[in-house]
Design a protein around this ligand. Structure first.
Ligand code: 13P
Length: 251
């Protein structure tokens, strides 16, 4: 059975004291509750070790938001997958549209990052999604297929089974516009079918596919009620416990 997950992506927000307070506040709010999903927070690289020490990471998984495409060595300013894993983080968000757009990450680079993440024991949360013009011209199915195929389809079935996919239509990120639950279901089912075509029905059925893009307490319930929407990757609304908790409780 595939896992339901609600993951926060804090992006480049919070100083270390603010991040620690947010993580501890979330842990406190979850005390005595048994969420029907795994809970993950994607925190800035500078916060990973401190947050991993401050909270029980078996209750709230910790994710980095990127990793280097090199193993180690003279790459000033980069953070390797091994370094991330050594902090206690278990996940890494890869291929976010902001990284593709602003830092020119290519399918090839992302393929290398996914491989390094998996070989260092991290679970990649691999983001895909089309821009507005691609949706309006009806190319969104082809775009996500290409993103998945180019970066992931050389993985062994065993390694592919380790990752999580996040469908994030770029036009819905930070815009207040969400895909409708029906639109999300349609493309999630399509992605699952593409996976089944390569790795077979069982692996496709077990793959967690998250929705991301202006997900909030109001729209989360209808999104996660869809059979192929296994949770969410949440930006803005993950920056406050009051907004994030109801999304966790939407299952
Ligand atoms: P928002 O929830 O702020 O739209 O961001 C979504 C996102 O990019 C998560 O990775």
């Amino acid at each position: 059975m595939r896992k339901n997950i609600i993951a926060g992506n804090w992006k480049m927000n919070t100083t270390l004291p603010e991040g620690l307070a947010l993580a501890k506040g979330l842990e406190e709010a979850l005390k005595g509750k048994t969420p029907k999903c795994d809970v993950i927070i994607g925190v800035p690289a500078t916060h990973l070790a401190s947050i991993a020490t401050a909270i029980d990471s078996s209750r709230i998984g910790i994710a980095a938001q990127n990793c280097a495409d090199k193993e180690k060595g003279a790459f000033t300013g980069e953070t390797s997958a091994a370094m991330i894993a050594s902090t206690g983080a278990k996940y890494v968000i890869l291929g976010h549209s902001e990284r593709r757009q602003y830092y020119h990450e290519t399918a090839q680079t992302l393929k290398t990052k996914v491989n390094l993440a998996i070989s260092n024991g991290l679970t990649p949360i691999f983001c895909i999604g089309e821009v507005l013009e691609e949706r309006e011209s009806g190319r969104h199915f082809a775009v996500v297929d290409e993103q998945v195929k180019e970066s992931l389809f050389e993985l062994s079935a065993e390694d592919f089974s380790k990752l999580v996919i996040a469908y994030e239509p770029v036009w819905a990120i930070g815009t207040g516009k969400t895909a409708t639950a029906d639109e999300a279901q349609e493309i999630h089912a399509h992605i699952r079918k593409t996976i089944a075509g390569k790795y077979g029905q069982e692996i496709a059925e077990n793959c967690t596919i998250l929705y991301g893009g202006s997900m909030n307490a109001e729209n989360a319930k209808s999104l996660v009620a869809k059979p192929d929407v296994d949770g969410g990757l949440i930006g803005g609304a993950s920056l406050s416990v009051e907004k994030f908790l109801p999304i966790i409780e939407s299952f």
